[in-house]
Design a protein around this ligand. Structure first.
Ligand SMILES: NC(=O)c1ccc[n+]([C@@H]2O[C@H](COP(=O)([O-])OP(=O)(O)OC[C@H]3O[C@@H](n4cnc5c(N)ncnc54)[C@H](OP(=O)(O)O)[C@@H]3O)[C@@H](O)[C@H]2O)c1
Length: 297
C-alpha cells in the first residue's frame, strides 16, 4: 500500500511495480524505472513548514473574551460536503451568528451563490430563508490572498470576526507540492488575514491524517489496550515531523504547525480534526470523493 503513496502517478506506480518484480533490472527497460523514481513523494514538508513560519506575522490583534454581538463568519469550502453542513449549522444560530461570508471557487459572486445553493439543495439542506444572512464571494484557494481582490481582502480584514478555514483539496494520493497552494498557502493567507485590522479567531479544519505513522498508531493502540488517555490535545505533533507518507497528511500537518506557531504570537482559534466523514446520518446523503457525486439513499 505504501508504494501507492510514494509513487502517486500511474506511470510512477507502474514503474515501481516493474522494479519490485524485477529488482535487478534484468527483464525490463531501465528508462521506465528512472521516470518512476523521479516522481517519488518526498518528506520535506517539515522544512517547508519552518521556512513558511519565518514569514508569519509577528503579532495579532487580541480577541478579548467572548463577543456579545452576533459574529460575522468567513467560511471556506462551503460547496464541499462538510462545508455545506457547517454552513447550515452556522445559519441555524441566529443569535450568535450575524451572517456568513462563503468563499467559493467561482468566476463571480452570482456563480458562487448559485454553486452553494445547488450543493446544499442536492444534500437536501438548503434553507429558503438563508439568503438574507449569506453572502457568497468568488475566490480561489490556489491563488495568493485566497484569490480575492485587494478591496475584498481589506473589507474582510475590517469586518470578519471568525475565519473557518474548511476548504481544501481533499486527495489522498496527490503529492505535497501539488496540494501546497490550496491547502498550505491558503492557511498562511487565512493567518495573514487574521493579523489585520479587526481581531479574529481562526478555526482550522484539519484531519486525523496528521497522526499517520507508527508513533501515534502505537500510542492509540497501547493506550486503548491499557485504558490510557490516548493522544492528548496538547500534543504538538512533533512525532509526525518526518513520518507522514501522504501529501494530504503532510499539507494538514504543515498548516497545523503554522497555526500553532501563530498561536505563540497571539493568534487565537481552534484546530479541529474530524474523523472519516461518511454521510448524513439522518438523510442518508453522502458524497463520493472518487467520482465527485452526491448519493441520496
Ligand atoms: N472527508 C473526510 O472524511 C474528512 C475527514 C477529516 C477532515 N476532512 C477535512 O474537512 C474539510 C472538508 O472536507 P470535505 O470532505 O467536505 O471535502 P470536499 O467535499 O472535497 O470539499 C472541499 C471544499 O474545498 C473547496 N476547495 C478545494 N480547492 C479549492 C480552491 N482551489 N479554491 C476554492 N475552494 C476550494 C471545494 O470547492 P469546489 O467545490 O470548488 O471543489 C469544496 O468546497 C477539508 O479540510 C478536509 O481536509 C475531511
Amino acid at each position: 500500500m505504501q508504494s501507492i503513496y510514494d509513487y502517486p502517478t500511474l506511470k510512477a506506480f507502474s514503474a515501481e511495480l516493474d522494479r519490485a518484480l524485477d529488482p535487478q533490472g534484468r527483464l525490463l527497460q531501465s528508462d521506465s524505472q528512472a521516470d518512476g523514481t523521479a516522481i517519488k513523494q518526498d518528506r520535506h514538508y517539515s522544512e517547508d513548514a519552518k521556512n513558511l513560519a519565518s514569514k508569519l506575522p509577528n503579532s495579532f490583534p487580541s480577541v478579548n473574551g467572548g463577543s456579545e454581538r452576533p459574529l460575522i463568519v468567513l467560511l471556506t469550502g462551503a460547496t464541499g460536503f462538510l462545508g455545506a453542513y457547517i454552513l447550515r449549522d452556522l445559519l441555524s444560530r441566529s443569535s450568535s451568528v450575524h451572517h456568513v461570508i462563503a468563499h467559493v471557487r467561482a468566476k463571480d459572486a452570482a456563480t458562487a451563490s448559485a454553486r452553494v445553493e445547488q450543493t446544499c439543495a442536492a444534500y437536501g439542506i438548503w434553507g429558503s430563508d438563508w439568503k438574507s444572512r449569506l453572502e457568497c464571494i468568488a475566490g480561489d484557494l490556489d491563488k495568493p490572498n485566497l484569490g480575492l481582490s485587494a478591496d475584498m481582502w481589506s473589507r474582510l480584514a475590517t469586518e470578519v470576526d471568525v475565519i473557518i478555514h474548511n476548504g481544501a483539496r481533499v486527495h489522498w494520493v496527490t503529492p505535497y507540492q501539488n496540494l501546497r497552494a490550496a491547502n498550505v498557502l491558503s492557511t498562511m493567507a487565512a493567518i495573514e488575514l487574521a493579523s489585520k485590522e479587526k481581531p479574529k479567531q481562526v478555526v482550522f479544519v484539519s484531519s486525523t491524517a496528521v497522526f499517520e505513522g507508527e508513533h501515534y498508531n502505537k500510542m492509540s493502540d497501547e493506550s486503548m489496550a491499557a485504558g490510557g488517555r490516548g493522544i492528548l490535545e496538547t500534543d504538538d505533533l512533533t512525532a509526525s515531523t518526518q513520518s507522514l507518507a501522504t501529501g494530504y497528511g503532510q499539507s494538514k500537518w504543515t498548516s497545523e504547525f503554522l497555526l500553532r506557531e501563530s498561536g505563540k504570537r497571539g493568534l487565537s482559534g481552534t484546530i479541529v480534526r474530524p474523523g472519516y466523514i461518511l454521510g448524513d446520518s439522518i438523510a442518508g446523503s453522502e458524497f463520493c470523493h472518487c467520482c465527485r457525486k452526491v448519493f441520496v439513499q
